[in-house]
Design a protein around this ligand. Sequence first.
Ligand SMILES: Nc1ncnc2c1ncn2[C@@H]1O[C@H](COP(=O)(O)OP(=O)(O)OP(=O)(O)O)[C@@H](O)[C@H]1O
Ligand SMILES: [Mg+2]
Length: 449
Amino acid sequence: MPSLSILLIDDDDSQREVLSGFMKKNDYKVSSYASGEKGLEAVKKNYVDLVITDFKMPGIDGLEVLEKVKEINPEIAVMIITAFGTIEDSVHAMKKGAWDYLSKPIDLDELKFKLKKLNQYKNLLQENENLRSRLSDESIESDIVYKSSEMEEVINMIARVSQSNASVLIMGESGTGKEMVARAIHESSSRSENPFVPVNCAAIPETLFESEFFGHEKGAFTGSHKKHKGHFEISDGGTLFLDEVADIPLNFQVKLLRALQEKEFQRLGSSQIIKTDIRIISATNQNIKQKVKNDEFRSDLFFRLNVIPITIPPLRERKDDIPLLVEHFKDKYARQNGIDVDKITQEAMDSLMRYSFPGNVRELENIIERAVILSRDSNITCEDIALKNTQELCEDIDTGLEEQVASLEKSMIKKALQESNNIKTEAARKLKISERVIRYKIKKYDIKV
Ligand SMILES: Nc1ncnc2c1ncn2[C@@H]1O[C@H](COP(=O)(O)OP(=O)(O)OP(=O)(O)O)[C@@H](O)[C@H]1O
Ligand SMILES: [Mg+2]
């Protein structure tokens, strides 16, 4: 743990030496001065975490030191040493913004304890600072990369809709970046300080929609041992992202519509009405209009969700984006894995430009991630692009990684289910995935259980 840098001001030579010696022995960085004037000059020149100053001194006294230090940098903590029995001085100093005080005769254990506390506090502040800057780095990293005019339209749309509260429906094939766009809308809206809550509607068992969205009270139904906040309550003030929205079952669609219209809902098992302020963004890779025609999706809900439609074209229809995306993912995974990758060969890039990417940007990202790890010299070659599929990919065949991965997943899930007598929990455990994920995938791959 990094330790505090301390500046000590005391006109009493022997006390100054004792204190400074003690703090140095405890691994703090200490510089000491015999007057307020000299001490303040030093504060101006070098940053310190803490100033410890005697209260009564000729010339500039402790209170004035406190005031001046706060003017120079309000983040510097100040501790005042007061004479025995002058509690009013300490109170006065605390009111003026002192971090703490010590009264004479100084108890060294107490000083040690106070320094330790301050040190922990400063380190915590620093961690928060680091975390914040890391978070903002990540949001830079998640910036949408594009060059094509098709994506430019999407970006313009994001800018326009983020200023409003209107519902947005994002349509596009799997892996085109729907969630990324939804996040970008939220981030650039006035709600960005509040939560963005993504909900995968395809992964929720039909009977649990109400409690997932509206929450429930303790004992509202069998198995509800605890009070539970639903997505509506959690996303209050922010954005609720309904991913795979076309998979919401009809009976819940009615309830969802009502809650959206009234801007209020009730927890299961409670009569209390809770008001909400939520922006809804939904996404689907299905033909939801067709579902409306087939009466599988309520038209009134569809109109409510589809105030502003955004369609993200598949990657094969905006090939201009491929080179930039390749560069972006190459740098990202090279950095992440600490691997030096210089460039991607022309031949490899050509084959990527010819490929149709059924799994869109996500598939491209996976291909590049793997290639970075596999690249033996500093170049990414055709061989690195897709180990098993090299031939196909480089010879321009349209089946790719995504389908192969899907068929592998499907067969692994089938096998696990067989081995677990079709008990999903059991199969999920074998596969080291959650029960919800297995349900989702069973539905996605239409596996008969
Ligand atoms: N234009 C882009 N620039 C940079 N990264 C992108 C871009 N588009 C997509 N990605 C990345 O591709 C991956 C897939 O994107 P995302 O999850 O947003 O797609 P999706 O459309 O929601 O997919 P699905 O339908 O499968 O849920 C993510 O890792 C995302 O960061
Ligand atoms: Mg998604």
